[in-house]
Design a protein around this ligand. Structure first.
Ligand SMILES: [Zn+2]
Length: 310
């Protein structure tokens, strides 16, 4: 019997990790239409429900290990993780201040908010500054330490949502957010159902994830910077994310590319464009004058989805 393929050069953290073929997560269909390939990985689309996903992939335990430390200071961020998540603090805070409006414009006064995948605490910090009572959940102890020390955020529970759910306030949150998270989870619907139990009856669920049906994604094809084979297990579209939410007891009330942009540095642009062509960073040299400033970039290839309980 042959052994499963394993990851080689994609990431130092992933080296040797075993890969497993998977059927469609949303409908169980085993037939796949191949969209892109970077051996050993394939990006495929389900012919029945249209879900785009990565197969083969690592197990949840292996992925969890990768997210501990290396992910936040990656040597090859165009493939995996971030070059230096902590050094880009000012840009992340600016981005989340802008994005927070999508929530705050719906509330007359600050409430209670839970963020799943709170990373270094940038979004929680922004909401706390606006008077919100904030709680985080994060699997990496490494970045959580930063969030606690830099922004005095408390509580942030370290673990998966499944593990820390007993410590959370069931039915007590006005808002539950997943920024850049669901595409990384092996079983995102399970966490969306947990969020359902944590939200107040009229609570708001927020998901932000990349939109594989966007014009920019279609234009770039295999070169799209969100096709990160190791870490992005799913590439949702407005249709497939709505199906998953419906299965989990939610109805979508808004899906928008507005607020989906980011304040980014020259370094970030250089790193992501290197995916498109190795010469791109050189062509972008004139942009170097903004090296110490940031640029607001919205490619409308990410979607912010707001949902309520059905
Ligand atoms: Zn399917």
């Amino acid at each position: 019997m042959s052994s499963p393929p394993s990851v080689d050069e994609t990431s130092p953290a992933a080296k040797g990790a075993e890969l497993h073929e998977v059927p469609c997560y949303l409908c169980g269909e085993e037939q796949q239409v191949l969209l892109h390939e970077k051996p050993p990985f394939k990006i495929v689309q389900c012919p029945k429900c249209d879900l785009v996903y990565t197969t083969p992939r690592c197990s949840g335990d292996e992925l969890r290990e990768m997210y501990q430390t290396d992910y936040w200071q990656s040597e090859s961020a165009k493939d995996f993780g971030y070059t230096d998540y902590l050094a880009d603090e000012a840009d992340y805070l600016k981005t989340f201040r802008m994005r927070s409006q999508v929530i705050t414009e719906r509330f007359e006064k600050p409430g209670k908010l839970l963020e799943v995948g709170s990373a270094a605490g940038y979004f929680l910090k922004v909401m706390k500054d606006q008077g919100w009572d904030v709680t985080g959940v994060e699997i990496s102890e490494h970045v959580t330490k930063q969030a606690r020390e830099r922004f005095e955020l408390d509580p942030i529970h370290v673990g998966t949502l499944e593990e820390v759910q007993p410590e959370l306030d069931a039915g007590g949150y006005d808002v539950v957010c997943f920024w850049d998270v669901i595409e990384h989870l092996v079983d995102p619907a399970a966490d969306l159902k947990r969020a359902h139990a944590l939200l107040k009856d009229d609570g708001l669920l927020l998901i932000e994830t990349q939109n594989v049906a966007s014009r920019f994604a279609k234009l770039l094809g295999a070169k799209w910077h969100h096709f990160k084979y190791l870490e992005h297990l799913y590439h949702f579209s407005p249709k497939t994310v709505a199906k998953m939410l419906d299965d989990c007891g939610y109805e979508v009330i808004r899906n928008t590319g507005r607020y989906g942009g980011k304040h980014v540095s020259y370094g970030f642009i250089r790193e992501r464009t290197a995916r498109i062509h190795s010469l791109m960073p050189k062509l972008l040299f004139p942009l170097k004058w903004i090296a110490n400033r940031s640029l607001y970039l919205n490619l409308f290839d990410e979607m912010i989805v707001l949902a309520k309980k059905k």
